[in-house]
Design a protein around this ligand. Sequence first.
Ligand code: FAD
Length: 552
Amino acid sequence: MTAVQGTQTQRREAEVLDFDAIIIGAGMSGMYQLYRLREMGLRVRVLEAGTGVGGTWYWNRYPGARFDSESYSYGYSFSQDVLDEWDWGECFSGQPEIERYCNFVADKFDLRRDIQFSARVTAAHYDEAGRYWTVKLADGAHYRARFLITAIGLLSAPTMPRFAGIDDFQGQWCHTGLWPKEGIDFAGKRVAVIGTGASGVQAIQEIAKSARQLIVFQRRPNWCTPLHNRPIPKDEMERIRAGYPELFQLCRETAACFIHTVDPRGTFEVTDEERLAFWEELYAGQGFGIWQGNFRDMLTDREANRLMSEFVAGKIRERVKDPKVAELLIPKDHGFGTRRVPQETHYYEVYNQPHVKLVSMLEQPVDRITPTGIRTSAQDYDVDVIIYATGFDAVTGAFDRIDIRGDGGQRLKDKWTGGPRTFVGVMVDGFPNMFMIMGPHAALGNNPRSIEYNVEWIRDLLGRMNAHDLIETEARPEAVGEWHAFVHEKAEGLLVNEIDSWMTGINMNVDGKQTRTVVRYSGTAPEYRAKCDDVAAGGYRELRFASANSVA
Ligand SMILES: Cc1cc2nc3c(=O)[nH]c(=O)nc-3n(C[C@H](O)[C@H](O)[C@H](O)COP(=O)(O)OP(=O)(O)OC[C@H]3O[C@@H](n4cnc5c(N)ncnc54)[C@H](O)[C@@H]3O)c2cc1C
């Protein structure tokens, strides 16, 4: 193709393309990517299934939904104005405050004018000849854009249990991740909560306050530790604000971007007394300190992990009055920290109350949902409300729910059969001009710190393409292979990866997710960022590029 023909092609394409970039999702990722791409002068449209911004914090309105990252470490760091103007009210803010924060940011940067709400994306197909994406919505509308950026969340595809009769139930029912805006009034009602993961734990401790009767259906207990939330007084907020540069620097240095950092000592390098005193301190401390700031070998050394688990089991036995109930609440199938640690506020004490009952689904499997409640192998439980706290089809679920097709009509879902394969969690070979924020095999941790990094990496890559008149890029298959091998290497020797959980790609309620896979990058965030920085500094040799003049 000649240069003249190339220019003509470019002109023709500009006529067919509705946008330079389409971003799917208006959570923390999508909002920030929009801000950065608009700043570059790109024509951008965000397509969001919900009616408001916030993603996780828009959908998860269940009572008790709140951060387990310290609020001030979670907020965006990119805007001094936002840091100056926003005061966090609690160390671990609740959903209403976080949603207000997301709206504050959207208002401040006038983000809504480029966001289309109630716009659920059902398909995204790449046109190889034209080098653009066609994105289809549930209402039949479609748009064409050069670049497709997924900001669809790693915990955003709610899953229901495979119980028969769910629709037969005559009372009210709801999934925690699809909570109605008008709320649910539990006062005087008989309520069942199914599921005791992070959302279940948060919901149970709140619902118990007003329900007449609460029956908790537990499949497997988790190791829960105290959150120790508290309000942030004005003067403390001013001190936090003054310390933001150091705080974000700390988050850049820690393994998972939290303010908590691994203790360099090994569990057996201290005396028994020192170890116990340290664990007591962590248990009395706030947030994820006990998980992220524990001895360095807690998640790799079986004996160290066993001792730590015993320590937390002791706490549960102290807090739950009925020894039989306490035993049901102590995990026997995994060690402390090898699944996500739910953070609680008087969760265990809930089971000391006469109106609360714990049903182990291991002892009494659920047979079916009936018009009046839940039938287990042992008995019928009649209730007025059923809450499904049954989690998400994590990491790849939101991708699987969109018909994404790359070169040659290849489906992303098929490509990822047996586990995802990506380049730095951002790109996939065979899917040109598609970028993922919080994609599989990217660093996660305290998410917004990784989101900001991913967004800026994508921005820089698009900036380079713009500067060199490049209109197409794709990860080279060998680069994807190398990243895949690196991610697998990082997963070796970690106790976390020997346990069934969403972190190892397991979801018993989703077809094809019964075998453990490495869905998470388990290296440190600084190591991840160093690798990505190297890619940029090295001129993106891991990627293939094409200009309008080159033959597709
Ligand atoms: C209850 C809960 C508590 C959490 N607490 C923390 C915490 O304390 N700290 C932490 O770091 N992380 C936490 N997380 C993880 C949290 O998801 C991230 O912190 C962060 O919100 C992710 O932002 P995101 O924009 O990438 O994704 P999300 O917030 O999940 O947003 C994705 C958006 O994409 C939209 N979307 C998806 N598919 C489509 C489609 N097909 N069409 C149109 N729109 C679509 C969704 O509607 C959603 O609005 C929590 C998650 C949950 C569920």
